[in-house]
Ligand binder design. Sequence first.
Ligand code: G6P
Length: 612
Amino acid sequence: MCGIVAYIGTKEASPILLNGLKRLEYRGYDSAGCSILDNNEIKYLKKKGRVEELEKELKKNPLKGKLGISHTRWATHGAPNTVNAHPHFDCQKELFLVHNGIIENYTVLKKWLLKKGHFFRSDTDTEIVVHLIEEHYQGDLLNAVQKALLLVEGTYGLGVISKHEPNILIGARKGSPLAVGVVQNGEYILASDPSAIIEHTKKVIYLDDNEIVSLTRDGMKITTLDNVEVKKEAQDIQLDLNQIEKAGFDHFMLKEIFEQPQSIKNAMRGRTLVNEGRIQLGGLQDWLDFLVKVDSVVFLACGTSWHAGLIGEYLFEHLAHLPTETEYASEFRYKNIPINKNTAYFVISQSGETADTLESLHKIKQAGGNVFGIVNVVGSTIARETDAGIYLHAGPEIGVASTKAFTSQVTVLAQLAVLLGIKRGQIKPKEVKSRLQAIIDIPEKVEHILNQNRQIKELAKKYAQFNNFLYLGRGYNFPTALEGALKLKEISYIHAEGYPAAEMKHGPIALIDRQMPVVVIATDTEDVIYQKVISNIEEVRARGGNIIVIATQGNKDIRNLATEVIYVPKTNGFLTPLLNVIPLQLLAYHMAVLRGCDVDKPRNLAKSVTVE
Ligand code: G6P
Protein backbone atom coordinates (compact mmCIF):
# COMPACT_ATOMS: atom_id res chain seq x y z
CA MET A 1 0.00 0.00 0.00
CA CYS A 2 2.18 2.80 -1.34
CA GLY A 3 5.89 2.28 -1.81
CA ILE A 4 8.68 4.59 -0.70
CA VAL A 5 12.25 4.75 -1.98
CA ALA A 6 14.77 7.39 -0.94
CA TYR A 7 18.50 7.75 -1.48
CA ILE A 8 21.45 9.67 -0.05
CA GLY A 9 25.01 9.12 -1.23
CA THR A 10 27.50 9.81 -3.97
CA LYS A 11 25.60 8.55 -7.04
CA GLU A 12 22.85 10.13 -9.11
CA ALA A 13 19.63 9.50 -7.20
CA SER A 14 17.03 9.35 -9.98
CA PRO A 15 17.94 5.95 -11.57
CA ILE A 16 18.13 4.38 -8.10
CA LEU A 17 14.74 5.81 -7.14
CA LEU A 18 13.07 4.81 -10.41
CA ASN A 19 14.41 1.30 -10.27
CA GLY A 20 13.31 0.94 -6.67
CA LEU A 21 9.82 2.27 -7.44
CA LYS A 22 9.44 -0.33 -10.19
CA ARG A 23 10.22 -3.04 -7.66
CA LEU A 24 7.65 -1.61 -5.25
CA GLU A 25 4.92 -1.01 -7.81
CA TYR A 26 3.00 -4.01 -6.48
CA ARG A 27 2.26 -1.80 -3.45
CA GLY A 28 0.23 0.67 -5.51
CA TYR A 29 0.22 2.23 -8.95
CA ASP A 30 -2.20 5.15 -8.90
CA SER A 31 0.53 7.76 -9.28
CA ALA A 32 4.28 8.16 -8.86
CA GLY A 33 6.59 11.04 -8.02
CA CYS A 34 10.02 12.07 -6.81
CA SER A 35 11.89 15.06 -5.37
CA ILE A 36 15.63 15.47 -5.80
CA LEU A 37 17.93 17.98 -4.16
CA ASP A 38 20.65 19.65 -6.21
CA ASN A 39 22.57 22.84 -5.46
CA ASN A 40 20.35 23.67 -2.50
CA GLU A 41 17.23 23.46 -4.65
CA ILE A 42 14.66 20.68 -4.55
CA LYS A 43 12.96 19.89 -7.85
CA TYR A 44 10.07 17.48 -8.17
CA LEU A 45 8.03 15.56 -10.71
CA LYS A 46 4.71 13.80 -10.20
CA LYS A 47 2.62 11.82 -12.63
CA LYS A 48 -0.75 10.15 -12.44
CA GLY A 49 -0.59 6.44 -13.29
CA ARG A 50 2.26 3.97 -13.36
CA VAL A 51 5.94 4.45 -12.59
CA GLU A 52 6.63 4.25 -16.32
CA GLU A 53 4.75 7.56 -16.74
CA LEU A 54 7.14 9.15 -14.27
CA GLU A 55 10.05 7.53 -16.07
CA LYS A 56 8.95 9.05 -19.42
CA GLU A 57 8.66 12.45 -17.78
CA LEU A 58 12.09 12.12 -16.18
CA LYS A 59 13.57 11.31 -19.58
CA LYS A 60 12.19 14.60 -20.92
CA ASN A 61 13.06 16.60 -17.80
CA PRO A 62 15.90 14.86 -15.95
CA LEU A 63 16.36 15.69 -12.28
CA LYS A 64 19.97 15.73 -11.14
CA GLY A 65 21.17 15.29 -7.59
CA LYS A 66 22.42 12.77 -5.06
CA LEU A 67 19.71 13.06 -2.44
CA GLY A 68 16.09 12.27 -3.20
CA ILE A 69 12.78 10.74 -2.16
CA SER A 70 10.17 8.97 -4.28
CA HIS A 71 6.80 7.27 -4.00
CA THR A 72 4.32 5.03 -5.80
CA ARG A 73 0.78 5.56 -4.54
CA TRP A 74 -2.28 3.51 -3.69
CA ALA A 75 -4.88 6.19 -3.04
CA THR A 76 -6.65 6.38 0.31
CA HIS A 77 -7.47 10.07 0.94
CA GLY A 78 -7.92 12.03 -2.25
CA ALA A 79 -8.40 10.96 -5.86
CA PRO A 80 -5.54 9.30 -7.74
CA ASN A 81 -4.44 12.44 -9.62
CA THR A 82 -1.22 14.42 -10.02
CA VAL A 83 -1.96 16.95 -7.28
CA ASN A 84 -2.51 14.19 -4.74
CA ALA A 85 0.61 12.31 -5.87
CA HIS A 86 3.58 12.34 -3.51
CA PRO A 87 6.00 13.93 -2.68
CA HIS A 88 4.04 16.60 -0.80
CA PHE A 89 5.62 19.87 0.27
CA ASP A 90 5.24 22.71 2.75
CA CYS A 91 4.00 26.27 2.01
CA GLN A 92 7.43 27.44 0.84
CA LYS A 93 8.30 24.31 -1.18
CA GLU A 94 11.37 23.78 0.98
CA LEU A 95 10.44 20.56 2.75
CA PHE A 96 9.39 17.46 0.81
CA LEU A 97 7.86 14.27 2.15
CA VAL A 98 6.68 10.84 0.97
CA HIS A 99 4.35 8.76 3.13
CA ASN A 100 2.82 5.29 3.32
CA GLY A 101 0.00 4.90 5.86
CA ILE A 102 -2.96 6.89 7.14
CA ILE A 103 -2.99 9.98 9.36
CA GLU A 104 -6.12 9.41 11.41
CA ASN A 105 -6.32 12.80 13.16
CA TYR A 106 -5.68 14.79 10.01
CA THR A 107 -8.91 16.79 10.18
CA VAL A 108 -8.07 18.22 13.61
CA LEU A 109 -4.47 18.89 12.60
CA LYS A 110 -5.52 20.51 9.34
CA LYS A 111 -7.86 22.93 11.14
CA TRP A 112 -5.06 23.87 13.52
CA LEU A 113 -2.56 24.36 10.70
CA LEU A 114 -5.03 26.44 8.67
CA LYS A 115 -5.45 28.75 11.66
CA LYS A 116 -1.67 29.10 11.79
CA GLY A 117 -1.72 30.30 8.16
CA HIS A 118 -0.67 27.14 6.29
CA PHE A 119 -2.30 26.47 2.98
CA PHE A 120 -2.91 23.10 1.37
CA ARG A 121 -2.72 22.05 -2.24
CA SER A 122 -3.93 18.44 -2.11
CA ASP A 123 -6.78 16.43 -0.58
CA THR A 124 -4.41 14.01 1.11
CA ASP A 125 -3.91 13.26 4.78
CA THR A 126 -0.16 13.14 4.08
CA GLU A 127 0.18 16.83 3.31
CA ILE A 128 -0.67 17.61 6.95
CA VAL A 129 2.57 16.01 8.11
CA VAL A 130 4.85 18.12 5.96
CA HIS A 131 3.13 21.30 7.19
CA LEU A 132 3.44 20.09 10.77
CA ILE A 133 7.17 19.66 10.21
CA GLU A 134 7.32 23.15 8.68
CA GLU A 135 5.53 24.50 11.75
CA HIS A 136 8.19 23.01 14.04
CA TYR A 137 11.23 23.62 11.85
CA GLN A 138 13.87 25.76 13.47
CA GLY A 139 16.95 24.75 11.53
CA ASP A 140 17.03 21.11 12.73
CA LEU A 141 15.11 18.71 10.49
CA LEU A 142 15.39 15.70 12.80
CA ASN A 143 14.05 17.68 15.72
CA ALA A 144 11.16 19.09 13.66
CA VAL A 145 10.16 15.62 12.39
CA GLN A 146 10.27 14.22 15.94
CA LYS A 147 8.05 17.03 17.25
CA ALA A 148 5.60 16.74 14.36
CA LEU A 149 5.24 12.98 14.69
CA LEU A 150 4.47 13.26 18.40
CA LEU A 151 1.25 15.00 17.31
CA VAL A 152 0.29 12.47 14.67
CA GLU A 153 -2.14 9.61 15.23
CA GLY A 154 -2.23 6.81 12.69
CA THR A 155 0.35 4.93 10.71
CA TYR A 156 3.33 6.01 8.69
CA GLY A 157 6.45 4.99 6.92
CA LEU A 158 7.94 8.22 5.64
CA GLY A 159 10.92 9.95 4.06
CA VAL A 160 11.68 13.68 4.40
CA ILE A 161 14.24 16.09 2.91
CA SER A 162 14.78 19.82 3.32
CA LYS A 163 16.45 22.30 0.98
CA HIS A 164 18.11 23.88 4.04
CA GLU A 165 19.88 20.65 4.99
CA PRO A 166 21.33 19.12 1.82
CA ASN A 167 23.14 16.36 3.72
CA ILE A 168 20.29 14.63 5.54
CA LEU A 169 17.50 12.21 4.72
CA ILE A 170 15.04 11.40 7.48
CA GLY A 171 12.97 8.21 7.65
CA ALA A 172 10.37 7.30 10.27
CA ARG A 173 8.13 4.35 10.93
CA LYS A 174 4.96 3.53 12.81
CA GLY A 175 2.78 0.73 11.52
CA SER A 176 4.09 0.83 7.92
CA PRO A 177 7.28 -1.01 7.04
CA LEU A 178 10.56 0.78 6.41
CA ALA A 179 14.07 -0.56 5.91
CA VAL A 180 17.45 1.10 5.49
CA GLY A 181 19.84 -0.46 2.98
CA VAL A 182 23.44 0.25 4.02
CA VAL A 183 25.45 0.48 0.77
CA GLN A 184 28.46 1.82 2.63
CA ASN A 185 29.04 4.28 5.43
CA GLY A 186 27.45 7.50 4.13
CA GLU A 187 25.42 5.90 1.33
CA TYR A 188 21.92 4.62 2.09
CA ILE A 189 18.65 3.58 0.49
CA LEU A 190 15.49 3.89 2.51
CA ALA A 191 12.62 1.74 1.23
CA SER A 192 9.31 0.13 2.11
CA ASP A 193 10.78 -3.27 1.42
CA PRO A 194 14.15 -4.80 0.61
CA SER A 195 13.28 -5.61 -3.01
CA ALA A 196 14.06 -1.94 -3.77
CA ILE A 197 17.41 -2.26 -2.01
CA ILE A 198 18.73 -5.67 -3.05
CA GLU A 199 20.45 -4.45 -6.24
CA HIS A 200 22.66 -2.15 -4.23
CA THR A 201 23.37 -3.96 -0.99
CA LYS A 202 22.38 -7.00 1.05
CA LYS A 203 22.89 -5.18 4.35
CA VAL A 204 19.65 -3.91 5.76
CA ILE A 205 18.29 -2.48 9.02
CA TYR A 206 14.54 -2.80 9.66
CA LEU A 207 13.10 0.13 11.59
CA ASP A 208 10.67 -0.62 14.39
CA ASP A 209 7.62 1.42 15.30
CA ASN A 210 8.29 4.92 16.67
CA GLU A 211 11.86 4.96 15.38
CA ILE A 212 13.36 7.74 13.29
CA VAL A 213 16.51 7.36 11.24
CA SER A 214 18.69 10.23 10.10
CA LEU A 215 20.91 9.32 7.20
CA THR A 216 23.82 11.57 6.24
CA ARG A 217 26.95 11.21 4.15
CA ASP A 218 28.83 10.90 7.44
CA GLY A 219 26.80 8.02 8.86
CA MET A 220 23.45 7.13 10.33
CA LYS A 221 21.64 7.53 13.64
CA ILE A 222 18.42 5.94 14.86
CA THR A 223 16.43 7.56 17.66
CA THR A 224 12.98 7.34 19.19
CA LEU A 225 10.50 10.19 18.86
CA ASP A 226 11.83 11.40 22.26
CA ASN A 227 15.36 11.49 20.84
CA VAL A 228 16.71 8.48 22.73
CA GLU A 229 19.35 6.80 20.56
CA VAL A 230 18.68 3.20 19.48
CA LYS A 231 21.50 0.85 18.46
CA LYS A 232 20.73 -1.63 15.68
CA GLU A 233 22.80 -4.09 13.68
CA ALA A 234 22.42 -4.58 9.93
CA GLN A 235 21.12 -7.99 8.80
CA ASP A 236 21.67 -9.81 5.51
CA ILE A 237 18.70 -9.78 3.10
CA GLN A 238 17.75 -13.36 2.24
CA LEU A 239 16.75 -12.56 -1.32
CA ASP A 240 18.45 -12.60 -4.65
CA LEU A 241 17.77 -10.55 -7.71
CA ASN A 242 16.51 -13.22 -10.10
CA GLN A 243 13.84 -14.13 -7.54
CA ILE A 244 12.24 -10.76 -8.12
CA GLU A 245 12.43 -10.76 -11.93
CA LYS A 246 10.07 -12.36 -14.46
CA ALA A 247 12.51 -14.97 -15.75
CA GLY A 248 11.01 -15.12 -19.25
CA PHE A 249 7.35 -15.36 -18.18
CA ASP A 250 4.88 -12.78 -19.49
CA HIS A 251 3.69 -11.95 -16.00
CA PHE A 252 4.84 -12.42 -12.42
CA MET A 253 1.56 -14.19 -11.73
CA LEU A 254 2.27 -16.87 -14.34
CA LYS A 255 5.84 -17.24 -13.12
CA GLU A 256 4.58 -17.67 -9.58
CA ILE A 257 1.94 -20.22 -10.63
CA PHE A 258 4.70 -22.21 -12.31
CA GLU A 259 6.98 -21.90 -9.28
CA GLN A 260 4.54 -23.86 -7.14
CA PRO A 261 6.15 -27.31 -7.41
CA GLN A 262 9.28 -25.68 -5.97
CA SER A 263 7.62 -23.34 -3.47
CA ILE A 264 5.49 -26.18 -2.07
CA LYS A 265 8.66 -28.27 -1.75
CA ASN A 266 10.29 -25.41 0.14
CA ALA A 267 7.34 -25.35 2.55
CA MET A 268 7.87 -29.04 3.40
CA ARG A 269 11.67 -29.31 3.15
CA GLY A 270 13.11 -30.69 6.40
CA ARG A 271 9.61 -30.70 7.87
CA THR A 272 7.83 -33.78 6.51
CA LEU A 273 10.23 -36.64 7.25
CA VAL A 274 8.68 -39.74 5.71
CA ASN A 275 11.48 -42.14 6.59
CA GLU A 276 11.36 -41.12 10.22
CA GLY A 277 7.56 -41.14 10.15
CA ARG A 278 7.25 -37.67 11.64
CA ILE A 279 6.74 -33.98 11.03
CA GLN A 280 9.06 -31.43 12.51
CA LEU A 281 8.19 -27.74 12.58
CA GLY A 282 11.25 -26.10 14.12
CA GLY A 283 9.63 -22.68 14.58
CA LEU A 284 6.93 -24.14 16.83
CA GLN A 285 9.04 -26.75 18.62
CA ASP A 286 9.13 -24.89 21.94
CA TRP A 287 5.35 -24.46 21.84
CA LEU A 288 4.40 -27.97 20.82
CA ASP A 289 3.25 -29.07 24.29
CA PHE A 290 1.01 -26.03 24.49
CA LEU A 291 -0.39 -26.55 20.98
CA VAL A 292 -1.20 -30.20 21.60
CA LYS A 293 -3.24 -29.31 24.68
CA VAL A 294 -5.11 -26.19 23.51
CA ASP A 295 -8.91 -26.07 23.76
CA SER A 296 -9.31 -24.42 20.39
CA VAL A 297 -7.61 -22.69 17.49
CA VAL A 298 -8.42 -19.39 15.76
CA PHE A 299 -7.02 -18.39 12.36
CA LEU A 300 -6.92 -14.70 11.48
CA ALA A 301 -6.17 -13.39 8.02
CA CYS A 302 -7.39 -11.36 5.06
CA GLY A 303 -8.03 -12.10 1.38
CA THR A 304 -6.42 -15.21 -0.02
CA SER A 305 -4.71 -15.89 3.30
CA TRP A 306 -8.18 -16.05 4.88
CA HIS A 307 -9.11 -18.74 2.37
CA ALA A 308 -6.01 -20.69 3.41
CA GLY A 309 -7.18 -20.25 7.02
CA LEU A 310 -10.60 -21.70 6.11
CA ILE A 311 -8.88 -24.78 4.69
CA GLY A 312 -6.82 -24.86 7.89
CA GLU A 313 -10.07 -24.98 9.84
CA TYR A 314 -11.19 -28.12 7.96
CA LEU A 315 -7.71 -29.62 8.38
CA PHE A 316 -7.47 -29.01 12.13
CA GLU A 317 -10.99 -30.22 12.82
CA HIS A 318 -10.69 -33.29 10.63
CA LEU A 319 -7.13 -34.40 11.37
CA ALA A 320 -6.55 -33.15 14.92
CA HIS A 321 -10.16 -32.99 16.11
CA LEU A 322 -9.58 -29.47 17.38
CA PRO A 323 -12.40 -26.90 17.47
CA THR A 324 -11.25 -24.21 15.04
CA GLU A 325 -12.57 -20.86 13.82
CA THR A 326 -11.35 -18.71 10.96
CA GLU A 327 -12.01 -15.01 11.25
CA TYR A 328 -11.49 -12.05 8.97
CA ALA A 329 -8.84 -10.05 10.81
CA SER A 330 -10.69 -6.84 9.93
CA GLU A 331 -13.79 -8.07 11.81
CA PHE A 332 -11.98 -9.74 14.67
CA ARG A 333 -10.03 -6.65 15.65
CA TYR A 334 -13.23 -4.76 16.49
CA LYS A 335 -15.10 -7.62 18.12
CA ASN A 336 -15.73 -7.67 21.82
CA ILE A 337 -14.72 -11.27 22.39
CA PRO A 338 -12.74 -12.85 25.20
CA ILE A 339 -9.19 -13.85 24.41
CA ASN A 340 -8.67 -17.34 25.73
CA LYS A 341 -5.26 -18.28 27.11
CA ASN A 342 -5.94 -21.87 26.11
CA THR A 343 -6.56 -20.99 22.51
CA ALA A 344 -3.83 -20.94 19.88
CA TYR A 345 -4.24 -17.90 17.64
CA PHE A 346 -2.57 -18.06 14.24
CA VAL A 347 -2.15 -15.01 12.04
CA ILE A 348 -1.66 -15.94 8.40
CA SER A 349 -0.12 -13.40 6.06
CA GLN A 350 2.00 -13.53 2.93
CA SER A 351 3.43 -10.05 3.40
CA GLY A 352 3.48 -10.04 7.18
CA GLU A 353 2.38 -6.40 6.99
CA THR A 354 -1.41 -6.43 6.47
CA ALA A 355 -2.76 -3.77 8.84
CA ASP A 356 -5.88 -5.61 10.03
CA THR A 357 -3.98 -8.84 10.64
CA LEU A 358 -1.30 -6.97 12.55
CA GLU A 359 -3.91 -5.20 14.69
CA SER A 360 -5.57 -8.54 15.50
CA LEU A 361 -2.19 -9.77 16.65
CA HIS A 362 -1.80 -6.71 18.91
CA LYS A 363 -5.29 -7.20 20.33
CA ILE A 364 -4.57 -10.81 21.29
CA LYS A 365 -1.16 -10.04 22.73
CA GLN A 366 -2.49 -7.16 24.79
CA ALA A 367 -5.06 -9.53 26.29
CA GLY A 368 -2.35 -12.06 27.13
CA GLY A 369 -3.11 -14.61 24.37
CA ASN A 370 -0.55 -16.63 22.43
CA VAL A 371 -0.18 -15.72 18.76
CA PHE A 372 1.74 -17.65 16.14
CA GLY A 373 2.63 -16.53 12.63
CA ILE A 374 2.35 -18.26 9.29
CA VAL A 375 4.19 -15.72 7.21
CA ASN A 376 6.15 -15.55 3.98
CA VAL A 377 8.23 -12.39 4.24
CA VAL A 378 11.13 -13.01 6.58
CA GLY A 379 11.68 -10.18 9.06
CA SER A 380 8.25 -8.63 8.37
CA THR A 381 6.39 -6.97 11.21
CA ILE A 382 4.06 -9.90 11.88
CA ALA A 383 6.97 -12.32 11.78
CA ARG A 384 8.82 -10.26 14.35
CA GLU A 385 5.90 -9.63 16.67
CA THR A 386 4.45 -13.13 16.94
CA ASP A 387 5.52 -15.46 19.77
CA ALA A 388 6.72 -18.10 17.30
CA GLY A 389 5.73 -19.35 13.88
CA ILE A 390 6.39 -21.03 10.58
CA TYR A 391 7.84 -19.35 7.52
CA LEU A 392 6.50 -20.33 4.09
CA HIS A 393 9.85 -19.95 2.27
CA ALA A 394 7.89 -19.34 -0.95
CA GLY A 395 10.25 -16.58 -2.11
CA PRO A 396 9.00 -13.12 -3.06
CA GLU A 397 5.47 -13.00 -4.43
CA ILE A 398 5.16 -9.97 -6.71
CA GLY A 399 1.93 -10.61 -8.67
CA VAL A 400 -0.85 -8.82 -6.80
CA ALA A 401 -3.10 -11.89 -6.98
CA SER A 402 -1.65 -14.38 -4.53
CA THR A 403 -0.94 -17.87 -5.90
CA LYS A 404 2.16 -19.60 -4.60
CA ALA A 405 1.80 -18.08 -1.13
CA PHE A 406 -1.65 -19.69 -0.90
CA THR A 407 -0.43 -23.20 -1.73
CA SER A 408 2.50 -22.76 0.66
CA GLN A 409 0.14 -21.64 3.43
CA VAL A 410 -2.05 -24.70 2.87
CA THR A 411 1.05 -26.94 2.79
CA VAL A 412 2.20 -25.55 6.14
CA LEU A 413 -1.29 -25.85 7.65
CA ALA A 414 -1.63 -29.44 6.42
CA GLN A 415 1.68 -30.39 8.03
CA LEU A 416 0.75 -28.70 11.28
CA ALA A 417 -2.65 -30.42 11.30
CA VAL A 418 -1.03 -33.83 10.72
CA LEU A 419 1.57 -33.12 13.43
CA LEU A 420 -1.15 -32.19 15.94
CA GLY A 421 -3.29 -35.10 14.76
CA ILE A 422 -0.45 -37.51 15.53
CA LYS A 423 0.34 -35.94 18.91
CA ARG A 424 -3.33 -35.84 19.91
CA GLY A 425 -3.80 -39.48 18.97
CA GLN A 426 -6.25 -38.67 16.20
CA ILE A 427 -4.07 -40.09 13.44
CA LYS A 428 -3.33 -43.76 13.99
CA PRO A 429 0.36 -44.78 13.81
CA LYS A 430 -0.37 -47.02 10.82
CA GLU A 431 -1.83 -44.07 8.86
CA VAL A 432 1.10 -41.74 9.46
CA LYS A 433 3.44 -42.81 6.65
CA SER A 434 0.79 -42.71 3.95
CA ARG A 435 -0.26 -39.20 5.02
CA LEU A 436 3.34 -38.00 4.99
CA GLN A 437 4.02 -39.62 1.63
CA ALA A 438 0.90 -37.98 0.21
CA ILE A 439 2.27 -34.59 1.29
CA ILE A 440 5.68 -35.30 -0.27
CA ASP A 441 4.04 -36.37 -3.57
CA ILE A 442 2.18 -33.08 -4.04
CA PRO A 443 4.84 -31.07 -5.96
CA GLU A 444 5.08 -33.70 -8.70
CA LYS A 445 1.31 -33.75 -9.06
CA VAL A 446 1.22 -29.96 -9.29
CA GLU A 447 3.82 -30.21 -12.06
CA HIS A 448 1.52 -32.63 -13.88
CA ILE A 449 -1.36 -30.13 -13.75
CA LEU A 450 0.88 -27.31 -14.95
CA ASN A 451 1.66 -29.42 -18.02
CA GLN A 452 -2.00 -28.96 -19.00
CA ASN A 453 -1.54 -25.21 -19.24
CA ARG A 454 -2.18 -25.18 -23.00
CA GLN A 455 -5.50 -27.05 -22.70
CA ILE A 456 -6.61 -24.74 -19.91
CA LYS A 457 -5.77 -21.74 -22.08
CA GLU A 458 -7.95 -23.19 -24.87
CA LEU A 459 -10.77 -23.61 -22.38
CA ALA A 460 -10.30 -20.02 -21.24
CA LYS A 461 -10.80 -18.88 -24.85
CA LYS A 462 -14.26 -20.46 -24.86
CA TYR A 463 -15.33 -18.78 -21.64
CA ALA A 464 -13.49 -15.46 -21.47
CA GLN A 465 -16.46 -13.46 -22.75
CA PHE A 466 -18.87 -14.55 -20.01
CA ASN A 467 -19.49 -11.96 -17.31
CA ASN A 468 -20.68 -14.07 -14.38
CA PHE A 469 -19.33 -17.29 -12.91
CA LEU A 470 -20.31 -19.48 -10.00
CA TYR A 471 -17.73 -21.70 -8.24
CA LEU A 472 -18.94 -24.64 -6.16
CA GLY A 473 -17.15 -27.02 -3.84
CA ARG A 474 -17.74 -28.82 -0.57
CA GLY A 475 -15.71 -29.63 2.52
CA TYR A 476 -12.03 -28.90 1.92
CA ASN A 477 -12.91 -27.56 -1.49
CA PHE A 478 -15.50 -25.02 -0.44
CA PRO A 479 -12.65 -22.59 0.38
CA THR A 480 -10.96 -23.67 -2.86
CA ALA A 481 -14.10 -22.55 -4.70
CA LEU A 482 -13.93 -19.19 -2.88
CA GLU A 483 -10.29 -18.83 -3.89
CA GLY A 484 -11.02 -19.74 -7.54
CA ALA A 485 -13.76 -17.11 -7.67
CA LEU A 486 -11.54 -14.50 -6.01
CA LYS A 487 -8.74 -15.11 -8.51
CA LEU A 488 -11.13 -14.60 -11.40
CA LYS A 489 -12.72 -11.43 -10.10
CA GLU A 490 -9.54 -9.72 -8.94
CA ILE A 491 -7.61 -10.02 -12.19
CA SER A 492 -10.26 -10.29 -14.93
CA TYR A 493 -13.01 -8.12 -13.34
CA ILE A 494 -15.52 -10.87 -14.13
CA HIS A 495 -18.13 -11.23 -11.41
CA ALA A 496 -17.62 -14.58 -9.70
CA GLU A 497 -19.00 -16.10 -6.53
CA GLY A 498 -17.80 -19.08 -4.55
CA TYR A 499 -20.38 -21.17 -2.72
CA PRO A 500 -20.58 -24.40 -0.75
CA ALA A 501 -22.20 -26.60 -3.40
CA ALA A 502 -25.25 -27.54 -1.32
CA GLU A 503 -26.02 -23.89 -0.55
CA MET A 504 -26.58 -23.26 -4.23
CA LYS A 505 -30.20 -24.28 -3.74
CA HIS A 506 -30.66 -21.45 -1.26
CA GLY A 507 -30.16 -18.63 -3.71
CA PRO A 508 -27.57 -18.78 -6.49
CA ILE A 509 -29.53 -21.42 -8.40
CA ALA A 510 -31.90 -18.60 -9.36
CA LEU A 511 -29.07 -17.04 -11.38
CA ILE A 512 -28.19 -20.08 -13.43
CA ASP A 513 -28.76 -19.96 -17.16
CA ARG A 514 -26.66 -20.35 -20.31
CA GLN A 515 -24.87 -17.09 -19.55
CA MET A 516 -23.55 -18.20 -16.17
CA PRO A 517 -20.92 -20.95 -16.32
CA VAL A 518 -20.54 -22.98 -13.15
CA VAL A 519 -17.16 -24.33 -12.06
CA VAL A 520 -17.59 -27.38 -9.85
CA ILE A 521 -14.86 -29.08 -7.84
CA ALA A 522 -15.74 -32.76 -7.71
CA THR A 523 -12.53 -34.63 -6.95
CA ASP A 524 -13.16 -36.59 -3.77
CA THR A 525 -14.86 -39.59 -5.42
CA GLU A 526 -14.51 -41.72 -2.29
CA ASP A 527 -15.93 -39.10 0.02
CA VAL A 528 -19.58 -39.30 1.12
CA ILE A 529 -20.21 -35.83 -0.22
CA TYR A 530 -19.07 -36.70 -3.74
CA GLN A 531 -22.52 -38.04 -4.70
CA LYS A 532 -24.10 -34.87 -3.33
CA VAL A 533 -21.84 -32.76 -5.55
CA ILE A 534 -22.88 -34.88 -8.50
CA SER A 535 -26.52 -34.08 -7.65
CA ASN A 536 -25.62 -30.39 -7.62
CA ILE A 537 -24.10 -30.79 -11.09
CA GLU A 538 -27.35 -32.40 -12.26
CA GLU A 539 -29.29 -29.46 -10.86
CA VAL A 540 -27.18 -27.02 -12.87
CA ARG A 541 -27.51 -29.19 -16.00
CA ALA A 542 -31.26 -29.22 -15.66
CA ARG A 543 -31.21 -25.44 -15.89
CA GLY A 544 -29.06 -25.32 -18.99
CA GLY A 545 -25.88 -24.02 -17.34
CA ASN A 546 -22.40 -24.71 -18.74
CA ILE A 547 -20.44 -26.80 -16.27
CA ILE A 548 -16.67 -26.91 -15.94
CA VAL A 549 -15.71 -29.72 -13.58
CA ILE A 550 -12.40 -30.27 -11.83
CA ALA A 551 -12.30 -34.07 -11.53
CA THR A 552 -9.89 -36.81 -10.55
CA GLN A 553 -7.97 -38.55 -13.32
CA GLY A 554 -9.74 -41.74 -14.36
CA ASN A 555 -13.24 -40.47 -13.58
CA LYS A 556 -14.74 -41.06 -17.03
CA ASP A 557 -18.39 -40.90 -15.92
CA ILE A 558 -18.10 -37.23 -15.17
CA ARG A 559 -17.77 -36.54 -18.91
CA ASN A 560 -21.45 -37.40 -19.34
CA LEU A 561 -22.46 -34.65 -16.96
CA ALA A 562 -19.96 -31.87 -17.56
CA THR A 563 -19.55 -29.45 -20.45
CA GLU A 564 -15.80 -29.41 -19.77
CA VAL A 565 -13.56 -31.48 -17.53
CA ILE A 566 -10.14 -30.59 -16.18
CA TYR A 567 -8.45 -33.63 -14.67
CA VAL A 568 -6.12 -33.49 -11.68
CA PRO A 569 -4.13 -36.39 -10.18
CA LYS A 570 -5.56 -38.31 -7.28
CA THR A 571 -4.41 -37.44 -3.79
CA ASN A 572 -5.47 -37.86 -0.19
CA GLY A 573 -8.66 -35.82 0.51
CA PHE A 574 -7.02 -33.35 2.90
CA LEU A 575 -4.54 -32.31 0.19
CA THR A 576 -7.00 -31.87 -2.67
CA PRO A 577 -7.15 -28.04 -2.41
CA LEU A 578 -3.44 -27.93 -3.26
CA LEU A 579 -4.12 -29.57 -6.61
CA ASN A 580 -7.59 -28.24 -7.38
CA VAL A 581 -6.62 -24.61 -7.03
CA ILE A 582 -3.93 -24.84 -9.73
CA PRO A 583 -6.29 -25.12 -12.76
CA LEU A 584 -8.45 -22.39 -11.21
CA GLN A 585 -5.42 -20.07 -11.03
CA LEU A 586 -4.53 -20.84 -14.64
CA LEU A 587 -8.11 -20.40 -15.83
CA ALA A 588 -8.35 -16.99 -14.15
CA TYR A 589 -4.95 -15.98 -15.50
CA HIS A 590 -5.73 -16.85 -19.12
CA MET A 591 -9.20 -15.31 -19.06
CA ALA A 592 -7.74 -12.07 -17.69
CA VAL A 593 -5.01 -11.98 -20.35
CA LEU A 594 -7.57 -12.71 -23.09
CA ARG A 595 -9.69 -9.83 -21.82
CA GLY A 596 -6.68 -7.52 -22.02
CA CYS A 597 -6.34 -7.03 -18.26
CA ASP A 598 -3.07 -6.20 -16.54
CA VAL A 599 -2.90 -9.29 -14.35
CA ASP A 600 0.07 -8.23 -12.28
CA LYS A 601 -1.45 -4.87 -11.47
CA PRO A 602 -5.23 -5.26 -11.34
CA ARG A 603 -7.16 -2.02 -11.00
CA ASN A 604 -7.71 -0.64 -7.50
CA LEU A 605 -5.84 -3.47 -5.78
CA ALA A 606 -2.52 -3.54 -3.99
CA LYS A 607 -0.46 -6.44 -2.83
CA SER A 608 0.25 -5.31 0.66
CA VAL A 609 -2.67 -3.64 2.41
CA THR A 610 -1.02 -1.65 5.17
CA VAL A 611 -4.03 0.56 5.81
CA GLU A 612 -7.41 -0.32 7.29
C1 G6P B 1 -4.32 -8.09 -0.53
C2 G6P B 1 -3.73 -8.91 -1.65
C3 G6P B 1 -4.16 -10.36 -1.52
C4 G6P B 1 -3.81 -10.90 -0.14
C5 G6P B 1 -4.36 -10.02 0.98
C6 G6P B 1 -3.80 -10.42 2.33
O1 G6P B 1 -5.69 -8.00 -0.69
O2 G6P B 1 -4.11 -8.39 -2.91
O3 G6P B 1 -3.51 -11.13 -2.51
O4 G6P B 1 -4.31 -12.18 -0.01
O5 G6P B 1 -4.00 -8.66 0.75
O6 G6P B 1 -2.42 -10.17 2.33
P1 G6P B 1 -1.38 -10.92 3.24
O7 G6P B 1 -0.05 -10.33 2.83
O8 G6P B 1 -1.72 -10.57 4.66
O9 G6P B 1 -1.47 -12.36 2.98
